[in-house]
Design a binder for this molecule. Structure first.
Ligand code: BGC
Length: 767
C-alpha cells in the first residue's frame, strides 16, 4: 500500500489530502481530529452533518440510550454552516462533485484546515480550526469565503443538535437562545438517562462582511441564524468560537459557556491560536520524537504521538483514556487495559503528572472494581474490562453478533479477561520506578495494589495434585480463545502483582506504619491475607519454556490445529464473521488475534534471548494482528532480538493503521472505527523500548539500542526520576546527554555496562 493513496506529506508536521475520497470520510473524521483530552472534534467540513460522521465527543458525558451501550455523548455542532450565493448552496457535499477540497492537518498544534474551490464559479471556502489546550472547552474557527462577486450571501450559522450517535439518541430537551447584542447563541440539552446538562455556545464576529439582516430559526434540536451578509472586497471573514460545558464540569454550565464565548470573541482567533501553540510547544519539548532520514515515518510518528496526547484527559484524575480516545463513541470512551499498557508508558517518562492523574482515576474507580468482584463472587478489586467514569463494568455480555445466524454472542471479556487488574498493578510499579513518587503509592497506589492482590487471591485455584495455584477459565490478551486455563501472560502478571503488593506492604510497614494501619483498617486487611499472597506468589503455576524453548500460551494450546490466518480467511463464509469464541474460525486453531506470549516478553525481561527468539519465531506466523495492539509489541521484541528490519516492518504496520485505514471500522456487526489510541501509544514504545532498547527495572535504567537502516537518526527526551536527558541514536553512535538543570547524576547502563552522567554531561557509545 502506498501512502499517496491516502495522503500527501506537506512537511514533517503537516499532512495533506489533496482531494476527498468519499470512501474515506469516516477515517478523515478520526485522523484529522482536533482534540485536547476534554473534547474531540472530528475532521469534517462545516457543511457536513451526521451522515458524514460529523461529531464532537465530550468527556464525562456518559449516557445509555439503547439499554446496552453506555457511551459518551456528542455535542451539538456549533460550527455548522450553510452558504447560499444567488440561490445556490455552496459546499462540498459527497456525491455532488460541485467543489474540490484540500485538507491540511498540522499535528504540531492540532490545526485542521480546509480549502475548497467551487467548480461552477470562483468561490472559495477557507476554514481553519483547533481545539484549544488553553481553554479545553473551546474550539476556535476562522471561516472565510473568497471571490464573492455577487456580493450578497445568505449564511446559515448556528448550533445543530441533530447529531451522529452510535447507539441511540442521547440528547433531549433542547433549548436555544440568541443574544443579538453580543453575537452569542447557545443550545442547551440534557442526556436522556444520566440527566447531564450539556451547553454548546457559539460566538462570532465578521471581520469582513456587513450583516444586513439576521433571522433566528429555532428548530426542535437546533438553533440557527439566517444572516444576510454583504461581502467586503469580495470576501467574508468570520471568527467564531464553539464552547462546550456540561453540568459535570461546573455547576452552571450555561453561565460558564457564555462567559467563555464572550472572552474568546474578545481575544480573537490569532491570540487564541498563539495561546494554544504555547502549550503545545511545551508538550513537544518533552514528548516529540525526531526521526531523520524518512519524512513519511517522521510524520507518522508525530501523528501517533499527537493522538496519544489528545486522547488523554490530562486535566482530570477522574477520567479514563478511551480505546478510541475522543475520536468517536466507539468503545464507549472508556478505558481498557490499553490505558495502562499502551497509552501510559509515554507519559510515565515525559508528562508524569498525566500518568499520575490517569492512575488516580483507577484509585477513584476502586468502588466500581470492588462491586464487579463482589457481583461475580470474588473479593477485592476486579477492574472492569471497559471502564467509564464510575469504574463499573460497561462491557455488555453480548458483545459481538454472529453475522450468519444473527444470534448474539455471549463474549466473556467482562467476566473472564482478568488481566486488566494485575496490569494496573504492573503500571503502578513502573510509575514508581520511573518517578520514585512514593507518596502516590502510599496514598493511592497501595490501596489498588492490595485490593487487586485480594481479588487475585480469590480468583486462583489451588491444585493439590500439582501443589500449584492455577488460574482457570479466563481469557488472555488473545481474545479469540476464551475459557482457557493458565494463560501464561495472566499467570506471570498475577505473580508480579502479588509480589508488588507484598513489596509495598512491607515497605509501608517499615517506613509508613501509621498509613499502613489506616489503610488496613479502611479495607479490613488481615495478616492472613498477606500471608496467602506470599504463598500464592511462590506457588503460582508459571508455564516454563519447553524442550523447544516454547512457552505454551495456555494449557492445551499446542494441541490445537496448527495453521495460519491466511488459511482461516479462506474458511470464512462472510468476511464480517467474528473469528473468536464460541465457534469462530480461530477458536480450535493456534491462530491468535494478537501478541500474548510476546506481550509477556514486552512487559517482563526475564527470559533468555534464545527463549525470546524461539517464541517470536513460533508465534509470529500464527498471529493475525487482528488487534491494533499487536504489531508494536512484536516490534519491541524484534528489536530486542537485534532484528531491526523486522521491527521496522512492524513499525510500518502499526504507525499507519489509521493513516492508511488498514483496520476495519465494523466487525461482527459492531462499529469499532475511530483512532486506535493503543497503537498510537505503542509507537512510542516501539521506538523507545524497541529501537533504543530502553527499559527500567529494579536494577535501574538501561538501553540496548539497535536502529533500522531506513532511519539515519532518532532523537528523544526522557524524564527518569526527575532527571531529564536527551538521547540520540544513529547507525554508529548512541548519545545520552543529561539536562543542565538536573540536581543529581544519572545512572544507567548500555549493553549492560554502567555509566554515570552529571548535569549537562554527555556520553557517546560507538555501536
Ligand atoms: C483487543 C483488546 C483491546 C480492545 C480495545 C480489542 O480488539 O483485542 O486487547 O483492549 O480491542 O482496544
Amino acid at each position: 500500500m502506498n501512502h499517496e493513496d491516502f495522503f500527501k506529506i506537506k512537511d514533517d508536521w503537516n499532512l495533506q489530502i489533496e482531494s476527498l475520497d468519499e470512501e474515506q470520510l469516516v477515517h478523515y473524521g478520526s485522523n484529522l481530529l482536533c482534540g485536547n483530552g476534554y473534547l474531540g472534534y472530528r475532521g469534517t467540513l462545516e457543511e457536513w452533518g451526521k451522515e458524514q460522521y460529523q461529531a464532537c465527543v465530550i468527556t464525562d458525558t456518559y449516557d445509555m440510550a439503547d439499554g446496552k451501550w453506555r457511551e459518551l455523548s456528542n455535542s451539538p455542532n456549533a460550527l455548522t454552516t450553510e452558504v447560499m450565493v444567488a440561490g445556490e448552496n455552496i459546499g462540498d457535499f459527497p456525491g455532488q462533485n460541485k467543489m474540490t477540497t484540500e485538507l491540511d492537518f498540522n499535528y504540531k498544534y492540532g490545526v485542521f484546515k480546509r480549502i475548497s474551490e467551487s467548480k461552477n464559479n470562483n468561490i472559495e471556502i477557507f476554514s481553519e480550526r483547533f481545539a484549544s489546550y488553553d481553554n479545553l472547552h473551546l474550539i476556535a474557527n476562522n471561516y472565510q469565503l473568497k471571490n464573492i462577486e455577487n456580493d450578497e450571501v445568505e449564511l446559515k450559522l448556528g448550533i445543530n443538535g441533530d447529531i451522529w450517535d452510535l447507539n441511540g439518541t442521547h440528547l433531549e430537551n433542547f433549548r436555544g437562545e440568541y443574544n443579538s447584542n453580543k453575537n452569542i447563541l447557545y443550545l442547551k440539552a440534557e442526556t436522556g438517562e444520566s440527566k447531564i446538562t450539556l451547553v454548546t455556545a457559539l460566538s462570532f464576529r465578521f471581520k469582513k462582511g456587513k450583516i444586513k439582516n439576521v433571522k433566528v430559526e429555532n428548530e426542535k434540536k437546533s438553533i440557527y441564524l439566517l444572516i444576510n451578509v454583504e461581502a467586503e472586497s469580495d470576501k467574508i471573514d468570520l471568527d467564531r468560537n464553539m464552547i462546550v460545558y456540561s453540568s459535570n464540569d461546573v455547576d452552571a454550565p450555561l453561565k460558564a459557556a457564555l462567559i467563555d464565548a464572550d472572552e474568546a470573541l474578545e481575544l480573537g482567533y490569532q491570540k487564541l491560536k498563539e495561546k494554544n501553540q504555547t502549550i503545545w510547544d511545551k508538550k513537544w519539548e518533552l514528548m516529540d520524537i525526531k526521526i531523520k532520514g524518512n519524512i513519511l515515518d517522521q510524520l507518522a510518528v508525530r501523528f501517533n504521538l499527537y493522538h496519544n496526547i489528545i486522547a488523554a484527559p490530562a486535566h482530570s484524575d477522574r477520567l479514563p483514556i478511551g480505546a478510541r480516545g475522543l475520536s468517536c463513541q466507539a468503545y464507549q470512551g472508556s478505558a481498557f487495559w490499553d490505558q495502562e499498557i499502551f497509552n501510559l508508558p509515554m507519559f510515565l517518562y515525559t508528562e508524569t503528572e498525566t500518568a499520575k492523574n490517569i492512575l488516580k482515576y483507577r484509585y477513584h474507580t476502586l468502588n466500581g472494581a470492588r462491586k464487579k468482584a463482589k457481583d461475580l463472587g470474588y473479593d477485592g478489586a476486579f477492574y472492569a474490562w471497559i471502564s467509564g467514569k464510575s469504574g463499573k463494568e460497561l462491557c455488555p455480555s453480548f458483545f459481538f453478533k454472529d453475522v450468519i445466524s444473527g444470534r448474539k454472542i455471549r463474549n466473556h471479556f467482562n467476566d473472564w479477561q482478568i488481566h486488566v487488574s494485575p496490569d494496573i498493578s504492573y503500571t503502578i510499579w513502573k510509575y514508581y520506578l520511573a518517578t520514585k513518587d512514593i507518596d502516590f503509592v502510599v496514598d493511592y497506589g497501595s490501596e489498588i495494589l492490595f485490593e487487586v492482590a485480594r481479588f487475585l487471591h480469590s480468583r486462583v485455584h489451588y491444585n493439590q495434585y500439582k501443589d500449584k495455584y492455577e488460574i482457570i477459565r479466563l481469557l488472555g490478551p488473545d481474545e479469540y480463545h476464551e475459557n482457557v486455563d493458565n494463560n501464561a501472560f495472566t499467570n506471570y502478571q498475577t505473580q508480579f502483582a502479588l509480589k508488588k503488593a507484598l513489596y509495598f506492604y512491607y515497605k509501608m510497614e517499615n517506613e509508613y506504619p501509621e498509613k499502613l494501619l489506616d489503610l488496613k483498617n479502611k479495607i479490613d486487611l488481615t495478616e492472613s491475607e498477606v500471608t496467602a499472597w506470599q504463598q500464592i506468589s511462590e506457588k503460582i503455576y508459571l508455564p516454563q519454556p519447553d524442550e523447544n524453548r516454547l512457552i505454551e500460551q495456555f494449557d492445551g494450546y499446542f494441541d490445537l490445529e496448527d495453521t495460519n490466518a491466511e488459511v482461516l480467511k479462506e474458511r470464512l463464509i462472510d468476511k464480517e464473521e467474528y473469528w473468536g469464541w464460541p465457534n469462530g474460525v480461530a477458536v480450535f486453531t493456534q491462530v491468535i488475534k494478537q501478541a500474548d506470549v510476546i506481550q509477556l516478553f514486552t512487559l517482563h525481561d526475564i527470559f533468555s534471548e534464545d527463549v525470546l527468539a524461539a517464541n517470536y519465531d513460533y508465534y509470529e506466523p500464527r498471529t493475525q494482528h487482528g488487534s491494533s495492539l499487536s504489531p508494536s509489541q512484536y516490534a519491541v521484541i524484534a528489536a530486542r532480538l537485534g532484528r531491526a528490519e523486522e521491527a521496522y516492518d512492524y513499525f510500518k504496520k502499526s504507525a499507519f493503521i489509521d493513516l492508511m485505514s488498514t483496520n476495519k471500522a465494523v466487525s461482527g456487526g459492531t462499529f469499532i472505527g475511530g483512532v486506535h489510541t493503543a497503537a498510537a501509544g505503542g509507537i512510542w514504545q516501539l521506538i523507545i523500548n524497541g529501537f533504543a532498547g530502553m527499559k527500567i527495572d529494579r536494577k535501574g535504567l538501561s538501553f540496548k539500542p539497535v536502529l533500522c537502516q531506513e532511519w539515519e537518526e532518532i532523537e528523544f527526551k526522557l524524564n527518569y526520576q526527575a532527571k531529564k536527558f536527551n538521547v540520540t541514536l544513529d547507525q554508529n553512535m548512541f548519545k545520552l546527554k543529561a539536562a543542565a538543570g538536573n540536581d543529581e547524576a544519572l545512572e544507567f547502563s548500555i549493553f549492560e555496562k554502567e555509566y554515570t552522567v552529571d548535569a549537562a554531561e554527555e556520553i557517546k557509545i560507538e555501536l
